[in-house]
Design a protein around this ligand. Structure first.
Ligand SMILES: C[S@@+](CC[C@H](N)C(=O)[O-])C[C@H]1O[C@@H](n2cnc3c(N)ncnc32)[C@H](O)[C@@H]1O
Length: 256
């Protein structure tokens, strides 16, 4: 009864369920000036990724009926896309508030939609997933402490400064490798930062950690950023102290 009511409500809202004229990205620069607001997506979860990113990744590196893991599920963008595309997904996050949001975002009827499982947990310890269970890992961790996702959750990696974060990402890489089937793919989006005017190449440091865990690098994609403000405070300072505003992130696709 409840789901019939929900389905009628959603139909009445005339939601656009999938992107119009979607085309798969064909080269190593991905640019989404319109971040995408089909289905239940919105930009309200701080630092969430554009749904175009998981859509491209899921279509290229997984098949219908596969099991996908997003162990930094956040606001649920990957989960919604997996459901729409008929992939089964396990979303994990340390933050119960994020998981509530994931639940809400995935609560829509979809014919032949993939299963969505949501679980509170820590990406460094996925011992509830058997070895070589997953067909694809598609995830977006915090960029160390650049954006803080919680106040007091100890296991939240967005509380870690640069060095501690890299140390903990070794466990994330090792668990990602363990749960993935041989020959399958693991995609990670990561950004860089600046300290005292110089670049800190956090993304390449994380890339090296995944290579050390045993992965090979299938693709290195530059994802442009559109929220980089070249006005006011940042413009004045970038001219005064002569530095460039960071306007891209790196998307790595690894193979086991
Ligand atoms: C960049 S956000 C993910 C956003 C997501 N891609 C989306 O579109 O909504 C990173 C998430 O990692 C979570 N997180 C931080 N430390 C974690 C850990 N140790 N294990 C699992 N999740 C963690 C945070 O709570 C946050 O929700």
């Amino acid at each position: 009864m409840e789901s019939l009511k929900k389905s009628r409500e959603l139909r009445m809202k005339k939601i656009q369920w999938e992107p119009e004229n979607f085309e798969l990205e064909m080269n190593t620069v991905w640019d989404f000036p319109d971040r995408g607001k089909w289905a239940t997506h919105d930009a309200k979860y701080r630092g969430n990724w554009s749904p175009y990113i998981p859509r491209n990744l899921l279509l290229r590196y997984s098949a219908k009926g596969d099991w996908v893991l997003d162990q930094f599920a956040g606001g649920g963008t990957t989960l919604v896309e997996a459901k729409l595309l008929g992939r089964n997904i396990l979303g994990v996050d340390v933050n119960p508030k994020a998981l509530e949001r994931c639940q809400e975002k995935c609560d829509f009827p979809w014919e032949d939609g993939g299963l969505v499982k949501i679980r509170e947990g820590d990406a460094r310890d996925l011992s509830f997933i058997p070895d070589e269970y997953m067909d694809f890992v598609c995830t977006h961790p915090p960029y160390a402490d650049i954006i803080r996702y919680s106040e007091d959750i100890e296991s939240d990696l967005s509380h870690c400064g640069h060095d501690a974060f890299l140390k903990e990402m070794e466990k994330v890489a090792s668990e990602s490798y363990r749960v993935l089937k041989k020959g399958k793919f693991c995609a990670i989006l990561m950004g860089d930062t600046r300290k005292k005017g110089c670049m800190i190449p956090l993304s390449f440091e994380v890339m090296q950690i995944f290579l050390n865990a045993g992965f090979t690098l299938k693709e290195l994609i530059v994802k442009t950023q559109h929220n980089c403000r070249a006005t006011g405070f940042w413009k004045t300072n970038s001219v005064k102290y002569n530095f460039l505003l960071i306007a891209h992130e790196h998307l790595f696709v690894f193979r086991k």
